[in-house]
Design a binder for this molecule. Structure first.
Ligand code: HMG
Ligand code: MG
Length: 302
C-alpha cells in the first residue's frame, strides 16, 4: 500500500469547532486560537462564517475575528459564505479562500441553508464567480455524503451529482463531509470515488466528524485512495447546529499522531498543537476530545 508522503490539514476548529457553542466565545479567544494554530504549523485555517446571526449566533463576530487575526505568510485563511450577502460581507476581511457549502441530501440542504440542492447551486454560482473575479480561491463543502440525520444513508450517486454541479459552477476543490460521523471506510471510499469522478486527487479533501469513533479509520481509508487533504478540529471541537447529535470533527491532534506514526509529513508540531487544544478546552471549561492529547497530557503530568 502506497500512502501519500505528506498531508495538508485544514484546521476548522475556529469555525466548525466553535459554531455550535451555546455560550458566546469572545472574538479575542478565537483570534488567539487562530494564532496558536498557525504557530503549531497549520497552513490552512477555517476562521469563521458569514452566515445569518439568527441561524448561527456564535459566528456573528466574523468581521471582528477576521480583522483581528495576525496573518502569517504561507497560511491560507478561509471563511464560509452561503450567498452573495455573506460573500460581500466577507470581502472586507480579505479571506484567501471562500467556502460555499451544499449537501448530498435534500433534507439537510433545507434544514441547513433553507433551500434545495438545485437552489443552492443557483445561489453559489454568482458567489463563486465573484470570488474568482476577485482572485479569491473557492472551495465547496458537501455535507451528508454518507449519511443524513433526516434521510438516512446517502447513495454515492448523490455525492457524484453534487460534486458535478459544484465543478460546473467553477468550484476549485471540494470537501467530502461525513457530517454526522456515521461513515465507515468502504462507504467513505465510495463517496470519495464518486467525487473523484469530477475533481482531481489534489482537489478533494476528507472532512470527518467522529460521532461514531470512525473518523481515523475513515481517514486511513481516504489515504489509501491517495487523498492527502483533510479537515480536522483542534481538541475535536465541533458539530453542526442543523445536524442534531453530531459531535465534533476528528481531532487534529489524533490525525497528526496517526500520520506521524505512518511517517507522513504534516508540518505540524504536535506539542504546540496540544497546547492550542488546551487553550481552547480550558476556555470552554471541558476536557479535550482528543485521545492523543489526553494521553500525552497525562504523560507530561507524570
Ligand atoms: P434565509 O433565511 O433563507 O435567507 O437563510 P434570506 O435570504 O431569506 O434572508 C433572511 C434574513 O437573513 C435576512 O435578514 C437576510 O438579510 C439575512 P432579515 O431581513 O430577516 O433581518 N441573511 C444574512 N445575514 C448574514 N449573513 C448572510 C445572510 N444571508 C441572509 N450571509 C442562510 C439562508 C443561508 C443565510 C441561512 O440558512 C443560514 O445562515 N444558514 C447557516 C447555516 C450554517 O452556518 N450551518 C453551519 C455551517 S455548515 C457545516 O457546519 C457543515 C460543514 O462543516 C461540512 C459538514 O460537516 O457537513 C461545512
Ligand atoms: Mg463539519
Amino acid at each position: 500500500m502506497k500512502y501519500p508522503a505528506r498531508v495538508k490539514l485544514i484546521d476548522v476548529g475556529p469555525r466548525d469547532g466553535l459554531q455550535n457553542e451555546k455560550q458566546p466565545v469572545p472574538a479575542a479567544v478565537k483570534i488567539e486560537l487562530v494564532k496558536r494554530l498557525q504557530d503549531a504549523g497549520l497552513k490552512e485555517i477555517e476562521v469563521t462564517s458569514y452566515v445569518s446571526p439568527k441561524w448561527v449566533p456564535q459566528m456573528a463576530d466574523n468581521a471582528e475575528v477576521m480583522a483581528g487575526i495576525h496573518r502569517q505568510s504561507g497560511v491560507l485563511y478561509s471563511v464560509l459564505t452561503p450567498n452573495l450577502k455573506g460573500f460581500e460581507a466577507a470581502l472586507a476581511g480579505k479571506p484567501d479562500e471562500i467556502v460555499v457549502f451544499g449537501a448530498a441530501s435534500e433534507a439537510f440542504s433545507q434544514k441547513n441553508i433553507n433551500c434545495s440542492i438545485a437552489e443552492s447551486i443557483e445561489r453559489f454560482a454568482p458567489v463563486v464567480q465573484a470570488a474568482l473575479d476577485a482572485g479569491i480561491a473557492v472551495r465547496g463543502a458537501m455535507s451528508c455524503t454518507v449519511g443524513c440525520p433526516y434521510e438516512g444513508e446517502i447513495a454515492p450517486e448523490k455525492v457524484g451529482y453534487v460534486a458535478g454541479l459544484m465543478k460546473g459552477i467553477g468550484v476549485q476543490r471540494v470537501d467530502v463531509a461525513d457530517t454526522i460521523g456515521v461513515g465507515t471506510p468502504i462507504k467513505v471510499q465510495k463517496a470519495l470515488q464518486a467525487t473523484l469522478a469530477h475533481f482531481g486527487i489534489d482537489q478533494v479533501s476528507g472532512h470527518f466528524h467522529d460521532t461514531y469513533g470512525q473518523a481515523l479509520s475513515n481517514t486511513l481509508a481516504a489515504l489509501e485512495l491517495g487523498v492527502w487533504n483533510f479537515q480536522s478540529s483542534v481538541a475535536g471541537l465541533g458539530g453542526c447546529p442543523y445536524a442534531k447529535g453530531a459531535t465534533g470533527n476528528v481531532a487534529t491532534e489524533d490525525v497528526v499522531y496517526l500520520l506521524q506514526g505512518m511517517g507522513i509529513d504534516t508540518g505540524v508540531d504536535l506539542d504546540k498543537l496540544i497546547d492550542a487544544g488546551q487553550f481552547i478546552s480550558e476556555h470552554l471549561g471541558r476536557p479535550t476530545q482528543s485521545r492523543v492529547a489526553r494521553a500525552l497530557l497525562a504523560k507530561r503530568a507524570g
